[in-house]
Design a protein around this ligand. Structure first.
Ligand code: GDP
Ligand code: IMO
Ligand code: MG
Length: 474
């Protein structure tokens, strides 16, 4: 698969074994029996975790929406409204940032887990926007973890100030206050959703938060924030947000025992993970699949099948290394055809060739069982397509992305050139409709990443999806 000279990280292309646990046929009462995946009609069923395997915007929203037909519950477990997920259903477009992508299907329970950072203003806006599109979100179908961290205006402001400070320190964040809110969470001074209902301790919590932030603000030479203004900000939003509050770990535990199927919806991508990504050009949460458990209050056994979403090429928004970037007419062509503009910020996304080294690495850090390959249609008409199969670093060939920032910026891609296809794949709904060269391209991606393609997406529309292996029944 790789030239002999390349060092192989983590062995060859062997697939990770899937883990299934059997649910008892009759659901035990809470506190009794074992937890695990449901068994229906004699078929083993797993929960499914959807994660991005590149730098985000792989098409997770579309795939989660498509899969949610088979799920009972859709759970967000990390990130916040830095995410931008676009769904296209019968010509209507829905843009979601904070709400799980299952929210557009009637009868599904949507859950925002403790691992998410919640901007209450953004939540209210999104609920109102959806309502104007004819989708009502009520406490019946949306539950939010009482221990989720709140994003305040001061977090947004700090994010923007840092991002405006200079090109040398800029990460290219979405300026939504995500990083500063996670900092407060691990700094043990965050305001959490439940605090909005606990008037006795809220003042003390605000004081603790402001003793940190006002010291920072004095250093930055900006006006201090008063406790009164934070209290007002919170009391303005509390009546709209508190009705959704719940003990999510317990709710999900109960639902699992009832045999309900859970779909976990990741935001961002593995290469934006705060530990495993292109640090420091990352987001401030763990985006890898294991976070689905921590970020929702379930044990690791709840995870089941991990579906890694990847585009047939690569994009990235914001600063940071991008070995296969095409800062030229090819990148611009991919960007125009793929409409690669940020859903959240409208920024043009940087575009480049498919990087098998990166996706292979993500499949390992996430424990991916199968890939959903999206936007194959954007490559229609290319005479030749490049795939990155390794890197050259200081004269040596390597088959992994080194951890250091400086080394990441220096790696040079080694390409394999494959023939493109002139026929259209856009809108294809069956494998038989795909041109032979497109099938070869998909097979090559499977070989290089060591991971089977379970789903293929050929347009933004929900139904333009080819199923090879159902993740819920795999
Ligand atoms: P996410 O953040 O991973 O949910 O992805 P985004 O929604 O930010 O970006 C993916 C974009 O590609 C959206 O505009 C989708 O409507 C669109 N999209 C998803 N799958 C396909 C596909 O197979 N083909 C095309 N042409 N567009 C797609
Ligand atoms: P979805 O869920 C693409 C990027 C930002 C920036 C870095 C840090 O739509 O795939 P942050 O605001 O999180 O502190 O920014 O992460 N980023 C994303 N890029 N898709 C996303 O989400 C992203 N969320 C954050 O551009 O480089
Ligand atoms: Mg997106």
């Amino acid at each position: 698969m790789y030239p002999r000279a390349m060092r192989s990280v983590g062995g060859g292309g062997g697939l990770a074994r899937r883990h299934f646990i059997l649910y008892p046929r009759t659901a035990p009462r809470a506190g009794q029996g074992r937890a695990g995946a449901p068994r229906r009609k004699g078929i083993l069923m797993a929960n499914v975790v959807v994660v991005g395997s590149q730098w985000g915007d792989e098409g997770k929203g579309k795939i989660v929406d498509w899969l949610s037909e088979q799920a009972d519950i859709v759970v967000r477990f990390q990130g916040g409204h830095n995410a931008g997920h676009t769904l296209v259903i019968n010509g209507a477009t829905y843009k979601l940032s904070l709400l799980p992508s299952g929210v557009v299907r009637p009868g599904k329970l949507s859950v925002i887990g403790n691992g998410v950072v919640l901007d209450p203003h953004a939540l209210i806006e999104e609920i109102d926007r959806l309502s104007a599109q004819g989708i009502q979100v009520t406490p019946e179908d949306l539950r939010i973890a009482e221990n989720a961290t709140i994003i305040l205006s001061l977090h947004r402001e700090l994010d923007t100030i840092r991002e405006s400070a200079g090109a040398k320190t800029r990460i290219g964040t979405t300026r939504r206050g995500i990083g500063p809110a996670y900092e407060d969470k691990v700094g043990r001074r965050a305001i959490r959703l439940m605090d909005l209902s606990d008037h006795e301790t809220l003042d003390l919590k605000i004081e603790r938060l402001l003793s940190h932030h006002n010291a920072l603000r004095r250093g930055l030479g900006i006006a201090e924030v008063s406790a009164k203004s934070v209290r007002e900000e919170l009391s303005n939003v509390a009546p709209r947000v508190l009705p959704y509050m719940d003990s999510v770990w317990s709710l999900l535990d109960r639902k699992r025992r009832e045999g309900k199927r859970i779909l976990f919806e990741g935001a961002q991508g593995a290469l934006l993970d705060v530990d495993h990504g292109t640090y420091p050009y990352v987001t401030s949460s763990n985006t890898v699949a294991a976070q689905a458990a921590t970020g929702s209050g379930l044990g690791p056994g709840a995870i089941g099948y991990v579906l890694g979403i990847c585009k047939a090429y690569t994009t990235r928004v914001g600063e940071g290394p991008f070995p296969t970037e095409q800062d030229n007419h090819i990148g611009r062509l991919i960007g125009e055809r793929g409409r690669e503009f940020g859903t959240v910020t409208g920024r043009p996304r940087r575009c480049g060739w498919f990087d098998a080294v990166l996706v292979r690495q993500s499949t390992r850090t996430c424990g991916v069982d199968g890939l959903a390959l999206t936007k194959l249609d954007i490559l229609d008409g290319f005479v030749e397509i490049n795939i990155c199969i390794g890197y050259r670093l200081d004269g040596q060939e390597i088959d992994y992305l080194p951890a250091g920032e400086h080394a990441q910026a220096r790696v040079e891609p080694i390409y394999e050139t494959v023939a493109g296809w002139q026929e259209q794949t856009v809108g294809a709904r069956s494998w038989a409709k795909l041109p032979a060269q497109a099938i070869k391209y998909v097979r090559r991606i499977e070989e290089l990443t060591g991971c089977p393609v379970a789903l293929l997406s050929t347009s933004p529309e929900r139904e333009d999806t080819i199923l090879m292996r159902n993740p819920f029944e795999a």
